[in-house]
Every structure is written in C-alpha cells, then in structure tokens.
Design a protein around this ligand. Structure first.
Ligand SMILES: CC(C)(COP(=O)(O)OP(=O)(O)OC[C@H]1O[C@@H](n2cnc3c(N)ncnc32)[C@H](O)[C@@H]1OP(=O)(O)O)[C@@H](O)C(=O)NCCC(=O)NCCS
Length: 438
C-alpha cells in the first residue's frame, strides 16, 4: 500500500493523492485543492496548533499516552539520576553526551561567564522595590543583548555558540538578583568555585558568611529540578523562541520573548496555583469535599491533567521522590499530606480516571521550591533558568534548518467586506459602543 492519502473534493469531484511522511501530510499539499484556477487553495485551520507539527526536531521526544519523556533519546528517569544540569544542557544543545574533556570545558566556560556587566546591576536597581522577579528577568535578558551587538550575526556558528554559553551562564545571576532586589538585599556576585546549582543558591541566600555552603541534598534536588525542566519540545515558550528567532533577531531578544510566554499562568505559573489550592484546602480532612467540588465543575484540581500527557507525567514521579530527599533536610512541608491525599483520591476516582487526569510536573515542584525557601513569585524564574538550555537548543536547531523560514501563519479572515469610509459626523454607533454591546 502506498504511503499516501487520497482526498476527494466533493465540490468538484476531483481527487488528489498526498504523500504521508513520518505520520504527517504537508499542509501545503492542500494548496492544489481548488474550485477555480484563481483560488488561493485549501488551507488547514488549527487554532493553538492542536494537530500541526511546525518543525522536524531531534531534541526531545514525548509519548504522552504512555508517559515517556526523552532528551536526545535518553530517558528522563536516567538523566535525573545520573546526569547534571550542565551535562544535560550540553546534550540538548549538541545532540550527544559530552566526553569527559568536553564536559570539563563546557563547565569551565559556563562558570567563567556567570558574571554580568556592571551596567546590568545599575539597570536592575532601577526597578521598583516590589517589581515581579519574572518581569525583571524578561526585561534584563532582553537588555543583555545590547551589551553584545555582535549577537545579531546569527548565521555565524561561533557567534551563536558564544551567546549560548553567555545566556546559560548569566540567567542564574539575573534570576538571583531579581530575588535580592525584591528582598532589598545586596546582590551577591557569582562564586566560581561552586557548581551551577550551588552557585545559584549562593547568589540567592548568601549573607555575611565568607562562603555559602548549602546542604548537598538540596543542591542535588535543585539540580534534578533543573534537569526535569530543561526542555519539553514544542511548548508555548519553545514555539515563541523559534518563531521570534525565525526573524533572525539576536537570541537575547528571542529568549526574552520565550521567557515572557513562560510568565503566563497557563505555562509557568501552575505550581504557584497548586500551592494556593493546597493552602485553601487547609487540612487533609477537607480533601474529599474539595474533590467533590472539582467534580461538580467548581474549579480544577491544579497540578492535574496535561495537554500531552494522558498518563502519569514522568517528571511528576521523579519530583515526588526528590521531595522526600528535600523534606528529610528541611522537615516535612505540612501541605505535602494534603497533596498525597488528593493524589490518592483522584487516582482512584472515576471522574479523573476516565478523563486520564494524572499529576503533572507542577503538582509537587512548588512544595519543593517552598521547602527550599524560594518564594512563589520566583517559581517561573526558577523554571526559566534551566529552560534556557531547551530554548537555545530549539533556536539552534531552527536557525540551521533549511526548511524553516520566518514563521508566519495564515488566517481565515472573518471581518467586514470592503466598505466605504464614513466621515465622522455621519457615523451613528461608535466603535466602543459596538464593543460594549458584545
Ligand atoms: C493542563 C490543562 C490546561 C490541559 O487541558 P486540556 O488538554 O485542554 O484538557 P481539557 O481542558 O479539554 O479537559 C478535558 C476534561 O478534563 C477535565 N479536566 C482537565 N483538567 C482538569 C483538572 N485539573 N481538574 C478537573 N478537571 C479537569 C475538563 O473539565 C474536561 O472535562 P469534560 O470533558 O467533562 O469537559 C488542564 O488539565 C488543566 O487546567 N490542569 C490544571 C492546571 C495545570 O496543572 N496546569 C499545568 C500544566 S503543566
């Protein structure tokens, strides 16, 4: 049987044979389907890209029905146990795990680019005292591009690589300083003796001590969270990174756009909503009543369900184990018992089972961040630090893909047909009245 799809246009009775490649047909193949020669041709309409692949990518594989997540073929479960964030970042960016020498060099390069220009500090001190750290992050990443004008040469592989190193290295510094600013605390410079996650914790929490040394179990937990959040194929922010990058703007501007997408509550803010929900439930004994309210359509069980995963999110499993190691050091987060009870009830309940609603990555991550002493406003920033590696891997892949052009979707125009301009004194209803009437 040929790998083709036969289409019949019932308007004309004509049939067309369209090739099927990798389980997909090219939307452009529909353009030949016309009633008249002058027609534009058939388009596909897919709001929110529910069933449209926009790229061919070799970075991350997800099978949501069975709960599989792999970076460059490596199962997330193995990376979470055996790898480090920087090694995982290398893998995402360059396609293979590094050799010992490559890893040492990459770690060295990232470590020695963690400092930012002093102008960045001046810029950050200009934000209002209570500026949201994610708003600061988005702005400062964009501003960073002004310090590296050569970054606009995106077709030069050496220039690209230099910006990749800079961005991965500097985002923790910007993130930590946005927190210090919020707290009214002096900014802490990077410590090149420390590893990636450890240095971030030092820039966040170091006070008068000459050396900040966090508990190794907490450093590892943060490292695991960084690995789990490093990439997730074509999600909203990755798509923003690729779309903005397709205009060949510098990667700082594209990454600021991706981070802005992550700022939205539907993307990077769900773990904060989980914490609010758990606090609102308040006690394990209120869980059954809360579940009943969700089932009757009163709100959602935050941290449950996923557009892609129709099975247990593999990251949620790992995070649950990581939470145990964190609570051994910090003491048990009292909200954990409520979360465990919620999960137990929901996993047995017909409503959740039939809709394939399982805990997602956000169900437990907020609890860990809270136990680490990280405020909720920092949650999307903590997501943005590791996701920088994923955004850059997606950007690098897109920029050299010969099939990619500037991203520019089509539309189905549903507005007014051509009409004549009406002078202002002859208009009856104003546009604002019309909007208000809707
Ligand atoms: C993640 C999410 C947006 C995915 O949404 P989606 O793929 O568009 O799924 P839908 O909104 O179509 O939901 C399908 C059904 O499950 C129900 N449902 C989905 N998530 C639910 C939840 N968390 N709690 C209760 N019911 C839920 C919907 O009401 C719908 O039921 P219906 O068929 O009776 O109308 C959604 O599951 C959600 O809002 N989850 C809570 C927020 C969250 O944790 N987000 C983080 C994602 S990483």
């Amino acid at each position: 049987m040929p790998d083709t799809l036969t289409l019949t246009d019932n308007r004309t009775g004509l049939t067309y044979e369209v090739p099927i490649e990798d389980g997909a047909v090219r939307a452009n193949a529909l353009r030949q389907v016309k009633v008249e020669e002058a027609d534009f041709g058939l388009m596909s309409y897919d709001p929110a890209f529910l069933n449209t692949a926009s790229v061919r990518s070799a970075i991350t594989f997800i099978d949501g029905d069975v709960g599989i997540l792999r970076y460059r073929g490596y199962p997330i479960e193995q990376l979470a146990v055996d790898s480090t964030y920087l090694e995982t970042a290398f893998l995402l960016l360059f396609g293979e795990l590094p050799t010992k020498d490559e890893l040492a060099r990459f770690e060295h390069e990232v470590t020695y680019h963690t400092f930012v220009h002093e102008n960045v500090k001046t810029l950050m001190t200009g934000f209002r005292y209570d500026a949201h750290p994610m708003g600061m992050f988005v702005s400062v990443v964009a501003a960073l591009g002004t310090l590296y004008p050569e970054a606009s040469k995106v077709d030069d592989p050496d220039v690209r690589l230099a910006q990749v190193i800079r961005l991965i290295a500097k985002v923790p510094t910007i993130a930590a300083w946005s927190y210090r600013h919020n707290k009214g605390l002096p900014y802490v410079y990077p410590d090149n003796d420390l590893g990636f996650a450890e240095n971030f914790l030092s820039m966040m929490f170091k006070m008068a001590e000459s050396k900040y040394s966090p508990d190794p179990a907490l450093v590892r937990a943060l490292e695991v969270l960084f690995i789990l959040h490093a990439d997730h194929e074509q999600n909203c922010s990755a798509n923003a990174m690729r779309a903005i990058g397709s205009s060949k703007v510098d990667p700082y501007s594209a990454l600021a756009g991706a981070a802005a997408a992550l700022y939205g509550p539907l993307h990077g803010g769900a773990n904060e909503a989980v914490l609010r929900m758990l606090a609102q439930i308040g006690d394990v004994k209120h869980v059954p009543e809360f579940v009943e309210r969700v089932k009757s359509g009163e709100g959602r069980l935050m941290g449950f369900g996923h557009r892609v995963y129709k099975n247990y999110d593999p990251r949620a499993k790992i995070i649950k184990e990581t939470a145990d190691s964190v609570f051994e050091v910090t003491g048990r987060n009292p909200l954990l018992d409520i979360a465990l009870e919620l999960e137990k009830i929901a996993l047995e309940d017909e409503y959740f089972v039939s809709r394939k609603l399982y805990p997602n990555v956000d169900f437990y991550s907020g609890l860990i961040y809270q136990a680490l002493g990280l405020p909720t406003a920092m949650f999307p920033v903590l997501f943005a630090i590791p996701r920088t590696a994923g955004w850059l891997a997606q950007w690098l892949e897109g920029i050299v893909d010969p099939e990619q052009k500037i991203a520019r979707p089509r539309q189905i125009y549903i507005g007014a047909a051509e009409r004549n301009y009406v002078p202002v004194d002859q208009r009856t209803a104003g546009a604002r009245d019309l909007v208000a009437a809707h």
